[in-house]
Design a protein around this ligand. Structure first.
Ligand code: AMP
Ligand code: GLY
Length: 432
């Protein structure tokens, strides 16, 4: 839908998160021509595919100025940490996403810890190391359980939640042996926290913070939270198990971080993603990400009312206000369909059937993640996380049932998924 003030938009990324962002951006009356780099098999009916090195600040900035782009939206963390937002801003083009300096909140766990400490934000106790022997000695002295984190970006694989001292020592050795490259040569050792997890996404213009809805990811590969960590196997929103006051505490912690960064001359604009653990002593921050969550975005944005283009431009201009965002009362549940073997080795190029049937169901939207179109235009698998089957409904049970019913309509060889997404919300806090 076009209005008098339309602008061309370039979206960077290729996951389910970007499909959710694209859908919401396309609904705005301000959306002109939409471009996506590189996108996936579900996105090219809404946006033109662009071949571009999305981690190259120069390449993105040049494309944006050559194509009269009025807003660049950065989905994943790597371009942010590389300084893509800085390069686009330098050309006076509005961009949604923090500059390189502020993106360190995700790009360096040690930096994030130091900011939290200075801002007085509750988080796990920690120590950081650049010397392997000193780190091993420390782990030996405190013993397991503890948590070992590679400082830099490690595609979600840089954290070992170690139950024993031996596991922790091995985690440290792997980091210093170069398992995560440069990202692992600084290591953060944390105390292990207990409790359910909750994600809180928020928009910020560097000063104001507008929180979005709560959501809960399911990171482990198999039912019952067993198996290896993944990018996320399913998610729901909102989180019904919060105790009174917990949401306000989480919002206040995020605001404190925005305030601290600003006072240090590092204004943070874009989406701030707080990962919290709801401990007996109140919510504590596990991590910050400098971008929308994946798959959290797939359940948060469909519930959001308001114009995403206006809100993103306001983040860039410093004019964000709470009335730009309001919420549907519906519940949202999203189940991730993966290729067999994920997060380990998996095959790609399998034909996908039934997405249209699933999409046609009331309240259902299938977000594409690892999909592509083959030479004949058929939809095929192209990644570990293939589709995020998202359903909205007035009750949690309905949303959950609809999502699983829609999953049954889709088929591809090796289709794998968790069957217990959302069970925690039904069981209640005391069962967790
Ligand atoms: P992070 O990337 O820092 O969020 O860590 C990934 C996952 O590891 C989190 O979602 C938690 O499940 C777990 N984790 C991280 N830090 C801790 C901690 N201090 N205590 C317990 N679990 C943690
Ligand atoms: N859902 C986890 C993440 O986006 O990092």
């Amino acid at each position: 839908m076009a209005s008098d003030t339309t602008l061309n938009i370039l979206l960077l990324g290729s996951g389910g998160r970007e499909h959710a962002l694209l859908k919401k951006l396309a609904e705005s009356p301000h959306a002109g021509k939409l471009y996506v780099a590189p996108g996936n098999g579900g996105m090219y009916d809404l946006a033109e595919k662009v071949e571009l090195d999305i981690e190259s600040p120069e390449a993105v900035a040049e494309f944006a100025s050559d194509h009269d782009i009025g807003l660049v939206v950065i989905g994943p963390e790597a371009p942010l940490v590389e300084g893509v937002a800085d390069a686009v801003r330098a050309k006076n083009i509005p961009v949604f996403g923090p500059d390189k300096a502020a993106a360190r909140l995700e790009g360096s766990k040690r930096f994030a810890k130091e900011i939290m400490q200075r801002a007085g934000v509750p988080t796990a106790k920690y120590k950081s190391f650049t010397d392997e022997q000193a780190c091993l000695d420390y782990v030996q002295s405190i013993g397991g359980p503890c948590v070992v984190k590679a400082d830099g970006l490690a595609a979600g694989k840089g954290v070992v939640v170690a139950q024993t001292t031996e596991e922790a020592l091995q985690g440290v050795k792997n980091c210093f042996a170069g398992q995560f490259g440069q990202a692992g040569y600084t290591v953060v050792i944390e105390e292990m926290l207990q409790g359910p997890e909750c994600s809180l996404l928020a928009l910020s213009d560097g000063k104001a913070l507008v929180s979005l809805a709560t959501s809960q990811d399911h990171k482990r590969a198999y039912d019952g939270d067993r198996g290896p960590n993944t990018g996320g196997m399913g998610v729901y929103s909102p989180v019904p198990i919060l105790l009174p006051g917990e949401l306000d505490q989480m919002v206040s912690m995020e605001q404190k971080v925005i305030d601290e960064l600003r006072s240090e001359g590092i204004p943070y604009t874009g989406c701030l993603y707080g990962g919290f653990m709801l401990t007996k002593g109140g919510p504590k921050v596990l991590e910050f990400n400098a971008r929308f969550g994946d798959p959290e975005t797939q359940v948060v944005l469909p519930r959001m009312r308001g114009d995403l283009v206006e809100a993103f431009l306001a983040c860039d201009k410093g004019t964000l206000s709470p009335d730009m965002v309001s919420w549907d009362n519906d519940w949202a549940v999203s189940v991730v369909l993966t290729s067999a073997g994920y997060p380990g080795h998996y095959e790609v190029g399998k034909r996908i059937y039934g997405v249209k049937d699933a999409d046609a169901m009331d309240g259902v939207f299938v977000h594409h993640a690892g999909t592509a179109l083959d030479d004949e235009g058929n939809l095929v698998t192209a990644g570990g996380r293939v589709l995020d089957v998202t359903a909205l409904a007035p009750t949690f049970e309905d949303a959950r049932n609809r999502a699983y019913e829609a999953c049954d309509k889709i088929w591809f060889e090796g289709k794998t998924y968790r069957h217990d997404i959302g069970i925690k919300a039904i069981k209640g806090r005391e069962q967790l």
